[in-house]
Ligand binder design. Structure first.
Ligand SMILES: N[C@@H](CCC(=O)NCCCC(=O)O)C(=O)O
Length: 250
């Protein structure tokens, strides 16, 4: 497929110190997955925008992807009084503006891990931190904090897929094994979101929605982490590309 025929997917960035100063960064695995497995053109969106800038970016995109990140949303976004650092307020602001602009424009919104959480909060939902639980969680959703990167993404568990949902169609499976790299989980579900998968402890692991002409598809795990090893992750990216191409033709 020629590059001009490929959809363009905006990939949100995070603010991180690089060489002693702030930089807008995206981990290469997210960008590479969009290019290699969704067969789309990735375009990194700096997390600096007014509402008008976010709308201007979305006007030039066919879809947006909200990536994972080890920062947490600031708790005031979902009505909580306290939360754990690290925070990334620029990312919080940008994700909310991009989601609002994309849904208003009828363009697809894809989310991974933090991105799923941002979508849930943008639609009025809340987050819960597993580390605040008073009782011992029945399922750990994150490797120990001192785990190496490989150990962190090697931490996995199964999820049950809700029959009849888009994820069931995408994967053709009832249960899949996923990597798990998050301490926060969805609390109250955001408006119009449909649960597509749950872990054994009831944690929501995937959601979808059709908001007007826009499609939402978001997962709590990381399909960009070596998807070549997991058919359901390859299927996720193929669907991302398919939805984005359909949006590009509108
Ligand atoms: N901080 C939130 C979101 C977790 C998340 O996105 N993890 C991914 C970290 C690795 C990466 O940067 O891709 C939480 O803890 O739930």
């Amino acid at each position: 497929m020629s590059s001009t025929a490929k959809p363009v997917i905006g990939v949100i960035s995070c603010t991180r110190p690089v060489e002693g100063e702030d930089a807008y960064i995206v981990k290469t695995r997210y960008v590479n997955a969009v290019a290699r497995y969704a067969n789309a053109v990735p375009l990194i969106c700096p997390s600096i925008a007014t509402e008008g800038d976010a709308a201007a970016m979305v006007a030039r995109l066919d879809a947006i992807l909200l990536t994972g990140s080890n920062s947490n949303m600031e708790p005031h976004h979902y009505g909580a009084e306290a939360g754990r650092t690290p925070f990334d307020p620029g990312r919080d602001s940008m994700s909310a503006l991009l989601i609002k602009a994309a849904l208003a424009a009828g363009k697809p919104v894809f989310g991974i891990c933090r991105g799923l959480q941002e979508i849930n909060v943008a639609l009025g939902g809340t987050l819960v931190d597993q580390r605040d639980a008073t009782d011992q969680p029945s399922l750990q959703h994150h490797a120990p904090e001192d785990a190496s990167l490989e150990e962190m993404f090697g931490h996995s568990h199964s999820v049950e897929i809700v029959p009849g949902t888009p994820l069931a169609d995408i994967t053709g499976a009832q249960s899949i094994d996923i990597n798990s790299v998050h301490f926060q989980t969805l609390g109250r579900l955001g408006k119009d979101l449909v649960v597509n998968a749950r872990a054994a402890d009831g944690v929501v692991e995937a959601v979808s929605a059709t908001s007007g002409a826009a499609t939402i598809l978001a997962v709590q795990w990381h399909p960009e982490w070596h998807p070549e090893k997991r058919p359901h992750d390859l299927a996720f990216w193929r669907k991302v590309g398919e939805i984005a191409r359909s949006a590009a033709r509108r």
